[in-house]
Design a protein around this ligand. Structure first.
Ligand code: PRP
Ligand code: URA
Length: 217
């Protein structure tokens, strides 16, 4: 999609699969406890990863089956790195590693100041060869977009050029802010909700993802 300033912006990819919608309904339910909540976040992250890796390049190789020699395809191109935004992004790591077990994992620690709603950075550790990798940033919630924008700024400052962002629930405000700040970053999400409330929580949303994953409230 072309913006007013002539730059190209990626349109967010929204998963509309019935099984994903079903799992998100379970996530939203306030009676879903931490164990089931964690399992659901992980499963949905696995399916999101399946879509987010759809455009990985392939190369042809020759192998021998028990029957004959044949040409077949394997993934080629850059290696991958997953970067969860702490804390809640941690809940997505096991699911994406199920799909790409050889990927490296970096971590960015950000929390939202409850007064300003702005992200505060407290940790950043990325793989030493991160510039040679396709980077997938993970966070279940895209609310104002501030945390995702800052995390991607940090990753770009290290010299990374290939970045995708995966979230489970996005607010329209967050999608708009993120695609405006980083038009080159493809966003993958499992649901787009109605709006943000006065505390910048997603409505209807699922509450505080970090607290529900780790049982801290
Ligand atoms: C949540 C969530 C995102 C951020 C989204 O984290 O996991 O990182 O808020 O909000 P934004 O789009 O308005 O920046 P939080 O700050 O609650 O930290 P936590 O994961 O440690 O609970
Ligand atoms: N962070 C969350 O965990 N949930 C929201 O709705 C917004 C920010």
């Amino acid at each position: 999609m072309r913006r007013n300033d002539g730059k190209f912006m990626n349109t967010p990819f929204i998963m509309d699969h019935p099984l994903i919608q079903h799992k998100i309904s379970l996530l939203r339910d306030k009676n879903t406890g931490s164990k089931e909540f964690r399992e659901l976040i992980s499963e949905i992250a696995m399916f999101l990863c399946y879509e987010a890796t759809r455009s990985l390049p392939l190369k042809e190789v020759e192998i021998e089956t028990p029957i004959c020699v044949t040409k077949t395809k394997v993934v080629s191109g850059k290696k991958l790195a997953f970067v969860p935004i702490l804390r809640a992004g941690l809940g997505m790591v096991d699911g994406v590693l199920e799909m790409v077990p050889a990927a490296k994992v970096g971590h960015i620690g950000l929390y939202r100041d409850p007064e300003t709603k702005l992200p505060v950075e407290y940790y950043c550790k990325l793989p030493c060869d991160v510039t040679k990798r396709d980077v997938f940033v993970l966070d279940p919630m895209l609310a104002t977009g501030g945390s995702a924008i800052d995390a991607i700024n940090l990753i770009k400052e290290k010299g990374v050029t290939s970045i995708k962002f995966m979230c489970i629930i996005a607010a329209p405000e967050g999608i708009a802010a993120l695609t405006e700040a980083h038009p080159d970053v493809q966003v993958y999400c499992a649901a787009v909700d109605e709006k943000l409330d006065d505390h910048a929580y997603i409505v209807p949303g699922l509450g505080d993802a970090g607290d529900r994953i780790f049982g801290t409230k």
